[in-house]
Design a protein around this ligand. Structure first.
Ligand code: SAM
Length: 287
């Protein structure tokens, strides 16, 4: 059975059949463009051996494409009103399991262990935009064995994940994503590919997990506290940002000594530093 929900008229028919009411609080914007759906599955590189986790299947549009290409799909959906619809739209596929829960409450590492023998999984989703960052950071920080994450996000968030120093979009999210993965923007997607149309532009981004971490640091947790402190107060110098942060407990002297030891002027701003430089500063502060 081929996927068929990507066609707008089929989506409309399903929504009418069940009298489905969109819930704004869940970020429900369903895909209605087969080309975009093909592109997501191709970018994710799904093959017949893959175990795929989908976050927020909606009425099962992308799920059908994933089930068609993968060995097995597990889809986590928070909205209980969608569960009977998914039973219907996915009834032709025997390799899909739907879990009715908040994805932030699901132990995806345990799921990967149970369903895929702990081997790396692929995450594919048209994400609910109100929780993009916690979902992505949760996957990395909870050590879920992921091979790649291919997701639809708000265009501006995709730009933030991919950019480096010198861009206004550069920040803590850029550094966290790039520490764990190689980001690649696959496609920009306009609002008319969704129902209802979102107010913002969207993009598909693929994050491929690094096999070898791009930098080494003596204290990963401290490095991310330093990164967050540096970007909390954008217009301040790095030294002031670190001094005034509740995340850190270094004296003015310790901070200035570490910056000087790195060979930087005390007027330097956090947004000028790349990942290697944040790792270096962290190691100086560990001394
Ligand atoms: N995958 C479908 C598609 O592409 O047409 C729907 C995508 S829609 C942008 C996001 C979906 O995520 C909705 O079905 C929404 O109910 C679901 N969702 C929102 N918050 C969630 C959460 N915390 N956990 C799991 N699913 C969630």
């Amino acid at each position: 059975v081929k996927p068929w929900l990507g066609e707008p008229q089929n989506t409309i028919a399903v929504l009418q059949k069940y009298g489905f009411v969109f819930q704004k609080k869940y970020g429900q914007n369903f895909l209605i463009d087969p080309h975009v759906l093909d592109k997501i599955v191709a970018a994710a590189g799904i093959g017949p051996d893959d175990f795929v986790v989908e976050i927020g299947p909606g009425i099962g549009t992308l799920t059908q494409y994933l089930a068609y290409a993968a060995r097995s799909v597990c889809a986590v959906e928070i909205d209980k009103n969608l569960i009977p619809i998914l039973e219907d739209t996915l009834s032709d596929y025997d390799n899909v399991e739907v879990i009715n829960n908040d994805v932030l409450k699901v132990d995806l590492a345990a799921l990967a262990k149970e369903k895929n023998n702990g081997r790396p999984i692929k995450v594919v989703a048209n994400l609910p935009y109100y929780i993009t960052t916690p979902i992505i950071m949760g996957l990395f920080e909870n050590h879920v064995p992921v091979d790649s994450i291919t997701v639809m996000v708000q265009k501006e968030v995709a730009d933030r994940m991919q950019t480096g120093p010198g861009s206004k979009d550069y920040g803590a999210l850029s550094l966290a994503v790039q520490y764990y993965a190689e980001p690649y923007i696959v496609a920009n997607v306009p609002p008319n590919c969704f129902m209802p149309r979102p107010k913002v532009g969207s993009a598909v981004i693929r994050l491929t997990r690094h096999e070898v971490m791009p930098v080494e640091t003596k204290n990963e947790k401290l490095m991310f506290s330093i990164i967050r402190a540096s970007f909390n107060q954008r217009r301040k110098t790095l030294a002031n940002g670190l001094k005034n942060s509740e995340l850190l407990h270094f004296s003015k002297e310790e901070i200035e000594a570490a910056i000087t030891a790195c060979g930087w002027p005390l007027t330097i701003r956090g947004e000028a530093l790349n990942l290697q430089e944040f790792a270096r500063l962290t190691d100086e502060l560990c001394k």
